[in-house]
Design a protein around this ligand. Structure first.
Ligand SMILES: N[C@@H](CCC(=O)N[C@@H](CS)C(=O)NCC(=O)O)C(=O)O
Length: 297
């Protein structure tokens, strides 16, 4: 639960989790974190059999269609255990709606229907994939769409009693669900928020050479002051100087008193990029977009 002051220092105020930090580069939203990880570790790909566009588009659509209905089912089962301060935070700073069990109850039949409809598609797609000999939606390894569909399923299965399977239309997905769960979490070394901040301070952002400069005519120009804001929930604008923008990714530069110079990366779908005043802490960059453009080419 917020406040997460050291995370906010890195992200510029973007408050959702997860975020990925690599030195002084911060990637917000799974829809961009996964492509960033793919660039680092392309084998095995999270876009098996060339499914990138389809899998990314459907993963985005799945989350948009499923998030509120999933919360509706979740609070039906465990709503009584949610602390009031959690419900208050979700209403005032995240979802904009009251997610208490009582407030969500009138919409439960509608949310349940939405879950059944979406999981119907998932079952159909998995049956077709299995008929082609594939263990996952697009091949023998999981795609970003498998992971997106798994995440909302996990939220229900991990937090609710077993009746949720029948209640939310999750039956017939067990083998696929367990295959993804079986991937596990790899090896990791825990890090404190303070260490993450120091790590950012020791690094400079990586040159943005995976995106063309000025790659989208609908966007403000590199060097412009902008804000980047989620268009669905937790709409906290993050201010900075535009480094690069394409139809898949936006990169802004920020100066933070604790973390130094940062590049904060966002996916394009689901975020509004609007002109803004140059942030007072970032005025030194106002007249030097050229050097960054050089780094891009
Ligand atoms: N599209 C985003 C959604 C992220 C999201 O909504 N995360 C939730 C937790 S799962 C969150 O941050 N909730 C508010 C909070 O904890 O501050 C993503 O895929 O990263």
């Amino acid at each position: 639960m917020p406040p997460r002051p050291l995370l906010a220092a890195l992200t510029g105020g973007y408050r959702r989790i997860p975020v990925l930090q690599i030195g002084a580069d911060v990637y917000c939203d799974t829809n961009l974190i996964l492509p960033a990880l793919e660039r680092l570790n392309p084998d095995p790909s999270i876009y098996p059999n060339g499914c990138e566009g389809l899998a990314r588009g459907l993963a985005f659509a799945w989350e948009r269609a499923m998030w509120i209905p999933t919360i509706g089912a979740l609070v039906h089962f465990i709503g009584d255990a949610l602390p009031p301060e959690f419900i208050k935070d979700r209403k005032e700073a995240y979802l904009g709606i009251d997610i208490s069990k009582a407030a969500m109850a009138p919409d439960l039949p509608r949310h349940r229907q939405a879950l059944f409809a979406q999981y119907g598609w998932l079952r159909q797609a998995l049956a077709a994939a299995n008929a082609r000999g594939h263990a996952f939606l697009f091949g023998d390894t999981p795609s970003v769409l498998d992971l997106a569909c798994w995440q909302t399923t996990f939220l229900l299965r991990a937090n609710c009693p077993p009746q949720v399977v029948e209640f939310a239309g999750l039956s017939g997905l067990d083998a696929w669900y367990e295959r993804i769960a079986g991937i596990g979490h790899g090896d990791f070394i825990p890090m404190t928020p303070g260490q993450a901040l120091s790590e950012a301070g020791w690094h400079q952002p990586a040159p943005v050479n995976h995106l063309p400069p000025d790659g989208d005519p609908s966007m403000p120009k590199p060097g412009s002051a902008v804000t980047v804001t989620p268009d669905d929930n937790a709409r906290v604008p993050v201010a900075g100087t535009l480094v690069a923008a394409t139809d898949t990714e936006v990169v802004i530069r920020r100066e933070d008193p604790q973390a130094g110079t940062l590049h904060v990366h966002f996916p394009r779908p689901g975020f509004d990029v609007l002109p803004a005043r140059i942030p007072s802490t970032d005025r030194s960059t106002e007249h030097e977009p050229r050097s960054e453009q050089a780094a891009l080419s």
